[in-house]
Design a protein around this ligand. Structure first.
Ligand code: PFF
Length: 550
């Protein structure tokens, strides 16, 4: 048995809030509305809900169950846990994806998180309001200029066009350090305590912004059609071309791929992080209801808050053209490029810009949502370094800090057109999660076996999983995933591979990821034999079954 001190969650609510905190993030408020608007509006929700029920929720249960099972052997990282379940090297090495993905995503996500903090700060000081000017016709272009200068999107390097270091770099330093301080404090005292405080504050901020948006009415009498109801219709009515039936969007493969990718990204499924978080549960803690509760919380934030705020607000002030161009402005562009212009349109009360308060609440809320997510990207690798190298918290935090600082620096430095960010997001944040999801679903449904998997899931469970999910996990989820993945590769890979072959930053980003992959794989190769011995030891001393199949 591992001699490391065993970490555990402090409370039941704490672990659910931590998993929900991981899931609720920028994906819910920025990525979701953009994806839905671009991919059929209301029609998008059909593949979205199918992917949710047929793949994502079963996978949540599988991740929660496998994680808690691995924790029984004293393991907390995907390679060790997959090795215990699959009982061979193939599965152990496939667990590398459960480290590479969260660490890779962290490298750019922490930068986006820094933007949120920076924007919240500039609303607090009023700087952004001053820079957007007083002429409504200029808000949109000034907002774009502010963004480009803030992140350095016009040129590589760390200085912005007007001279001086890009402001985003300072906020990056703060955000980065804060993440590592919390991680250093550990599961219960760091992550859990922070999520218990941050999640309610975030919820209150989100509701305040929602109420403001839903009470906008028809602010511009010259444009009576730009009202809240039409804003909601813009977001939610199924879109179809002239003369086409509403379901026409469903014939487009891209809509299915986008919906599936969005569900995964948003629920933090297929990243290996739920496996890690669940490994800190006690053996009889419920996983079925907890998994469902965390997933439902995420859906509430995504569909009800993310879906009602961002695009309807853009529509009310900027009309169809503004909302459409915002939605098309890159995955996360809507929030940073378009919304500041929207907030400027909110009325003045007693000479005070109400949009300034809404802007602050909005970006502060995004910052909290993002940090509870980024913490979950670091913890799997911390656990891995500790159990893989047999080192303590301090050393693992220092090592991971160094690795992620280098990777993140790469993203910040090559900020022109945000190519580095986009390349890493594409490969790890979209492509690889399909692969890890397939690995996990096969490991749970076929290697551990659905019967044993369900038995394990139901130990201490507060509710039962309907029996037909056995069939879904074993047959439907892997088939659905495989078909979507193949279609997705056919649609997207050729252009991306050309981009890499052209050299430049895209190639550099791939090399960063490759270096990380090789490093992690080597560590797994070194740690594997020791883990095997530890597993046998646990087996003998506690009489646990080792691995699957029996
Ligand atoms: N689910 C998060 C969001 O919607 O923003 C993103 C995320 C969290 C991705 C944790 C990856 C991860 F490991």
């Amino acid at each position: 048995m591992a001699s490391r001190p065993k970490e555990q969650w402090g409370t039941k609510v704490g672990v659910i809030l931590a998993v929900a905190g991981s899931a609720v993030g920028l994906g819910n408020f920025l990525r979701f509305p953009g994806q839905a608007a671009q991919n059929g509006g209301g029609a998008f929700m059909i593949p979205y809900f199918l992917a949710l029920v047929l793949i994502a929720i079963p996978m949540c249960w599988a991740e929660w169950t496998m994680g808690r099972y691995g924790g029984r052997f004293g393991f907390n990282s995907c390679p060790a846990i997959f090795g215990v379940i699959g009982r061979n090297k193939f599965w152990r090495f496939s667990g590398v994806l459960g480290l590479l993905i969260p660490v890779g995503v962290y490298m750019y996500y922490v930068y986006l998180e820094a933007w949120c903090l920076g924007y919240a700060w500039s609303y607090f000081t009023g700087d952004i309001v001053n820079q957007l000017g007083t002429a409504p016709a200029e808000y949109a272009s000034n907002s774009g200029k502010f963004f480009d200068k803030f992140v350095g999107a016009e040129a590589d390097g760390l200085t912005s066009a007007g001279g001086g270091i890009q402001s985003a770099v300072f906020f990056w330093l703060i955000t980065f350090t804060l993440n590592f301080i919390l991680i250093y404090r550990g599961i219960a005292k760091g992550i859990e305590r922070f999520c218990i405080i941050a999640m309610p504050i975030m919820t209150v901020c989100a509701f305040l912004v929602l109420i403001r948006v839903l009470t906008l009415g028809t602010p511009d009498p010259a444009h009576p059609e730009q009202n809240v109801v039409n804003g909601l219709a813009f977001m939610w009515n199924p879109k179809a071309g002239p003369g086409e039936p509403w379901w026409y969007a469903l014939a487009d493969a891209e809509v299915w791929l986008a919906a599936c990718g969005q569900v995964f990204f948003s629920l933090s499924v297929g990243f290996g992080i739920i496996v890690n978080y669940a490994s800190y549960l006690r053996q009889d803690d419920d996983v079925v209801l907890s998994g469902l509760t965390a997933a439902s919380t995420n859906e509430f934030f995504e569909v009800c808050l993310g879906g009602l705020i961002t695009l309807p607000a853009a529509f009310v002030f900027l009309g169809v053209a503004g909302a459409t161009s915002g939605a098309a402005g890159g995955t996360f562009g809507l929030g940073f490029n378009t919304l500041p212009a929207v907030f400027m349109h909110m009325p003045e009360v007693g000479g005070f810009q109400t949009g300034r308060v809404v802007g602050f609440l909005w970006f502060f809320m995004l910052f909290l949502a993002a940090i509870t997510s980024s913490l979950s990207m670091l913890q799997p690798a911390i656990a891995f370094l500790e159990e893989g190298l047999g080192i303590g918290r301090r050393a693992s935090v220092a090592l991971l800090g160094l690795i992620t600082a280098l990777g993140s620096f790469f993203v910040i430095y090559f900020s022109k057109g945000l190519v580095a960010l986009d390349t890493i997001d594409f490969w790890v944040g979209t492509a690889m999660i399909f692969v890890l999801a397939m690995v996990e679903v096969v490991l749970f449904g076929w290697v551990m076996g659905v019967e044993r998997g369900f038995e394990e899931a139901h130990r201490g469970a507060a509710i039962r999983i309907p029996a037909f999910f056995k069939f879904i996990i074993k047959y439907v989820s892997p088939t659905f995933l495989f078909v979507i993945f193949v279609m997705w590769c056919m649609n997207n890979l050729p252009a991306r591979i050309e981009g890499i072959a052209a050299g430049g930053v895209a190639l550099g980003a791939i090399m960063v990821l490759a270096a990380l992959f090789i490093f992690l794989t080597l560590l797994v190769a070194i740690a594997g034999p020791r883990w095997q011995a530890e597993t046998l030891d646990t087996h003998k001393t506690r009489g646990f079954p080792v691995g699957g199949g029996q």
